[in-house]
Each structure stands twice: as C-alpha cells, then as structure tokens.
Design a protein around this ligand. Structure first.
Ligand SMILES: Cc1cc2nc3c(=O)[nH]c(=O)nc-3n(C[C@H](O)[C@H](O)[C@H](O)COP(=O)(O)OP(=O)(O)OC[C@H]3O[C@@H](n4cnc5c(N)ncnc54)[C@H](O)[C@@H]3O)c2cc1C
Length: 420
C-alpha cells in the first residue's frame, strides 16, 4: 500500500491498496479487520466522519455477540451490559425466555450505534487498516468488468484509490453497488422501521422486550412489531417496524404509531422525559438483492440484503459475512463464489423466513398466529429460536433440523433464491 500527502488535508489518503472497503458500518469494519488479520493491505473509507449515528434498534443478538467475541470485543461488550433473554408481549401475556444457547452465546446486548460502529472501526485501524473518513465513493472505475479503482469526493477534492479487491458495504441504498449492477427486489418483503431514545427507570432490565400486538390509539391492530432494548446509557431504544412489498405497501404512519407505543409503555418502562433522535429507514431483507459480486468486488451487509426477514436484525449477518468474505479474498473470481457462499450460509433461513414474512402480511394472519405463540411456552420457545434464526449448522437438535429441512424445501420452491 502506498500513500501520498494531500494538500489541505491533515491525513494521508493512500493511492492504492490490496483491499478497499467502502463503508465502515459493522459489515465493512468487520471485513477490514479480517482482511488485515490475514495480512492484506486494507483501506477502509467512509463518507461520514466518526463517531456517527445510524438508524437502528442497536440490538446485538447472540449471533452478533459470537462475532464480537471473535473480533476481540467480548470483554468490551460485557462492560457495556448484556441481556439474558427476550420478553415477548402481546395478547394479554408477557413471557420471558432465556436465550437458547446451543452453538451460540447465551447473552445479547444493545449498544448505541454511534458507539458500537466507532469501536469496531477503531479495532480495524488497530489491526492495520488505513481509515479514510469524509470520503464519499462516487465512481467505480472498471476495465473488462474488474474494478481498478474508486473515486471519492473529499473536502480536498476528488481522490482515487486503486485496489485489487473492492468490498462494498455502503448500506441500504448502496449507490456504489447500484453502479455495478446491484438490484434490490422489492417484490419480496422489505422492512420499514423507526427508532428513538428515551430515558427509562428500567434501562438495566435483563431482557430485550418485543411487542407483537401493535395497536394505535384507537386500539386498531397494526402490522409489525415493536421493541424496547435497554441500554447502559440510562436510556432505552424504542422502535417498531413492519413489512411491505411494492405491491403491498403497509400504509402505516410510523411516527404516530411510535408515539402510541411510547404513550402505552411510558408508565410500565418509567420513561422520563421526551423521546429524541426519532429516525426511520428501510431494511432490505433476506438476500433480496441480485448481482452481489463481480470478478474482484463483492457486496456486504445491507448492500447485499443480509438482514433476517423475521426480526430485521442485520448487524450479526454483516459481521459474520465480513469474516466469510475475507476467506475468499485469494479467489481469482468472486462473481459466483460470493453469492454461492452467502446462499450456503443463509439461503435456507432467508428463503423460509421470506415465505413466513410474506404469509404474515396477509390479512388476519397476524391476529391468528400471534396469540398461540404467546400462550404456549413451547411454541414461544420455538419461535424465539427460528424467528431469530438462532440455529447454526452445528446445531443437531430437532428444532434445528426441522428448520433446515423447511429451508431446503423453501429454496426448491423459490422463483428467485436469496442473492440470485
Ligand atoms: C430502525 C431500524 C432498526 C434496526 N434494528 C436492528 C437491531 O436492533 N439489530 C440489528 O442487528 N440490526 C438492526 N437493524 C439493521 C441494521 O441497522 C443494519 O442491518 C446494519 O446497520 C447493516 O450494517 P452495514 O455495515 O451493512 O451498513 P451501515 O451500518 O448502514 O453502514 C454503511 C456505511 O457506509 C457508508 N457509506 C454509504 N454510502 C457511502 C459512499 N458512497 N461512500 C462512502 N461511504 C458510504 C455510511 O456512511 C455508513 O457508515 C435495524 C435497521 C433499522 C432501519
């Protein structure tokens, strides 16, 4: 990797590198860490200047905790506070479940993204990645399909960084991915979600809480689910999300529904003061993205639609996929290798998850399926496991095997498989 001073700027921007990662969210930073650990020269570039916020529920599933451990951030996350399980609420019930464990950790956590993303990104810098902030990727320069370099807009003017491999982890909109042919299929369910922060007397609650019966102030049942995730900051992250497709927009006004949720839960959660930092965003779910790779470039995280269709969680998949991608950096052509690897890891769960998500959008299905999951401990326990995709290939118990079989069957029926 060579670098040259840039007039008017305090830091040097390298002119070439082995691996160029665009986007320093969890996916990009994880990829940068794993690539640097394997000895590659890495530049990690982001349009933002850190620390920066990201619209999110801030929830870190047991799967995410497992990855943070591998990144050497296990102690750090434990200091930030952990949860032992999930509390499901709705239909006049509140049921608490410890995380099932199996091959995954038995704890979860929630850390504001302004803090989490900065921590993972600085970890990448510590292992040797060169961070470039305030650099917006505007153009991928290709010869015969291979990306030779990327041009960035910076305060000092346009800068170009040549690379052997380009990792695109630029989030839900993925403007750079789009230039290279990325297509997000919105005929499969996608998520729309809003989050906010509020002080709470129960910020140290040991369970994350989800509300599967969302009602507005007129008590009308609305699609989607709400959450309260306790944070060690004295606040909680409160939010809600729902599913939609292009043909089936949900017609839900997010912010008024969030106001209703806050009003309904204010006493219970001892909210103190106003909610703040209310922001919303879309979520590409279940690998509903095609053209996720070319000869020497690959999409990662939200850019590749790596979000669980059943709970909207994507930090974990971004972290994991960053590790998987580093294993492929020596390959001569990623065009088929990368979607194949993503499908091998997530195809079954994402395919069946998309199908269940689609079914849950049909009128009446939520009202029919919600109560049994809350009223039966066994069904509740199974739903935590499968809706959270807390199953890995190492798990051999009955639920894990049934979930994988359902996934295989679903893949056979798919008109367009995940990442296809
Ligand atoms: C309301 C809401 C709640 C959610 N709750 C949860 C949750 O509780 N748990 C969970 O696991 N997931 C949750 N998710 C999903 C989660 O936020 C994403 O899956 C996750 O952030 C994906 O990480 P990423 O690294 O792919 O992208 P991002 O975190 O979006 O990072 C992308 C980065 O790319 C940079 N970038 C973008 N364009 C450019 C460019 N042209 N040039 C340079 N840099 C660029 C951005 O500045 C950003 O830093 C939620 C999402 C929403 C919207």
């Amino acid at each position: 990797m060579t670098s040259g001073p840039v007039a008017g700027e305090t830091s040097h921007i390298p002119t070439e590198t082995d691996v160029l990662v665009v986007g320093a969210g969890p996916a990009g930073s994880a990829a940068a860490i794993w690539a640097a650990r394997r000895g590659y020269g890495v530049v990690l570039a982001d349009a933002a200047v850190f620390p920066r916020d990201k619209t999110c529920g801030d929830g870190l599933t047991p799967r995410a905790i497992g990855e943070l451990e591998l990144l050497g951030l296990g102690d750090w996350i434990r200091e930030r506070g952990v949860h032992r399980g999930v509390r499901l609420c709705g239909w006049r019930r509140e049921v608490e479940f410890d995380w099932p464990g199996g091959s995954l950790p038995t704890i979860s956590s929630a850390v504001p993204r302004i803090e989490l993303d900065d921590k993972i990104r600085t970890t990448a810098v510590k292992v040797g990645a060169h961070m470039v902030e305030g650099a917006k990727a505007v153009r991928a320069n290709r010869v015969d399909g291979r990306v030779q370099s990327v041009t960035f807009q910076t305060v000092g003017g346009d800068r170009t960084i040549a690379c052997k491999t380009l990792v695109i982890a630029d989030g839900v909109r993925s403007t750079l991915g789009k230039q290279l042919g990325r297509t997000w299929h919105r005929d499969t369910p996608y998520g729309v979600a809003v989050r906010a922060y509020v002080k709470s007397g129960r910020h140290d609650d040991p369970f994350i809480t989800t509300y599967s019966e969302l009602r507005d102030d007129s008590r009308k049942l609305r699609p989607g689910y709400g959450w309260v995730f306790p944070l060690s900051t004295g606040e909680v992250n409160i939010g809600l999300g729902y599913l939609a497709t292009d043909k089936r927009p949900a017609h839900v006004a997010l912010k008024p529904l969030l106001d209703s949720l806050v009003r309904q839960r204010r006493q219970d959660w001892q909210f103190d003061g106003p909610v703040h930092s209310v922001t919303s965003a879309l979520l590409p779910l279940g690998g509903s993205v095609s053209t996720v790779a070319g000869p020497n470039w690959a999409l990662l995280g939200d850019a590749a639609g790596c979000i669980n269709p059943l709970n909207g969680e994507g930090i974990d998949y971004g972290l994991e996929a960053g590790r998987f991608l580093a294993d492929l950096l020596g390959e001569s052509d990623l065009t088929d290798a990368w979607p194949h690897l993503l499908r091998a890891h997530y195809g079954k769960a994402f395919s069946v998850g998309r199908r269940i998500a689609w079914l849950s959008m049909l009128p009446g299905v939520l009202a029919l399926s919600g109560p049994p999951l809350l009223w039966s401990k066994i069904l509740g326990r199974i739903s935590i496991r499968v809706l959270g995709n807390l199953v890995t290939d190492e798990d051999v118990d009955l639920v894990a095997r049934a979930w994988r079989t359902a996934g295989r069957g679903s893949l056979v029926l798919d008109r367009r498989a995940p990442f296809e």
